[in-house]
Ligand binder design. Sequence first.
Ligand SMILES: [Zn+2]
Ligand SMILES: [Zn+2]
Length: 420
Amino acid sequence: MSGEGPSGRALTAVKGTHDILPGEVEVWQKVEAETKRLFELYGYKEMRAPIIEPTELFHKGTGETTDIVTKEMYTFEDKGGRSITLRPEYTPSVARAIVEHRLDLLGTPMRYYYIGPMFRYDKPQKGRYRQFHQVDVEVFGEKDPALDAEIVEMADALLKALGIAETETLVNSVGCRACRPAFSAALRERALAVQDKLCIDCRRKMETNPLRIFDCKVESCREQARAFPKITGFLCPECREHFAAFRAHLDRYGVAYRHDENLVRGLDYYTKTTFEVVDNSAGQQNAILGGGRYDDMMKDFGGPDICGIGFAMGLERLIARLALKPEARRFLYVVHQGEAAKARAIELARFFRRGGIETVIEFGGRSFKNQFGRAGKLGAAWVLIVGEDETAKGIFQLKDMAAGTQVGGAPEVLLSGVRS
Ligand SMILES: [Zn+2]
Ligand SMILES: [Zn+2]
């Protein structure tokens, strides 16, 4: 590996992607471990689907009119002529896997979570990447609004466990296939009346999916949207009851929230409940996580008629906001000098590892002094000294780097010392 491209310039990571280096990755590991621990307390199981999926999955699942599908997908043809897409979100993959493996036959509800990369060809900006990482939660086969509240409470518990404060939880209902068409029609009519004040994108959305206008970031569009009709007045009795029960359960859980009637979320598949947790700490609202119910998705995939609900949380922005300082790992560094000592040092490294102690040994043939310097630089907790003398006697010196103290003894004695 020369590290140089054909042009002779050094290669760098693809635009919009980033390396997670040691020093930073420990925070990721901690967040992932905490997430896994918490979700499993609620009975969720991990599911890992492939990163590449048939393009059609997202046309069907995410929705033809969404920004994700129309503008942001990484799509290519493979050598077999198939259209492949790097998944831009996770929910359609889970629905596909359930249908493909008939996981529903194992009984419902099914609770799944996943942590991993997603891909969107979006404009890279601070905290926003083309390969980004998400925590994703999905439940299929439970229509009770108590579950909607439990999921929001679980998201809340996760953010608390990670030490994220100054957040606000927004909730809404976007109706269902029975009640949303009348709302869409009313919205289209109002949008038509003020179309001169809407951006080109919104004028197109007006025809294809007027709800999407609420997602527009252009200020003039947002101003118009504030005066548009609200879905709340159009909800059918079933959706109205579901939303009321969801809110009552949230109150029971003691989760504070605000009803935001403009919260429709940028995906086509949501039905009834939608929610978002926003970060208010930086003076502006940034979504930390968002989700909702999608009761028709599975059926649309040609699967069984079972409902679903879930949320996704972006990790880059979340981690940038964390003040987490993971503890440094405590490890042993073995210094050695001479051929016989080297052979013994290698044996001792294996002995300490078998004893459960992280052990580093290096083979550069440096002097003792240099090796001590190196151990200090790496941040070793202990140094084991293996010289010719020690090797001959079978008694070794162990230095505690923080305390600066040194003890001698047989390997078994030293091991029990570092383990305690
Ligand atoms: Zn409805
Ligand atoms: Zn617009």
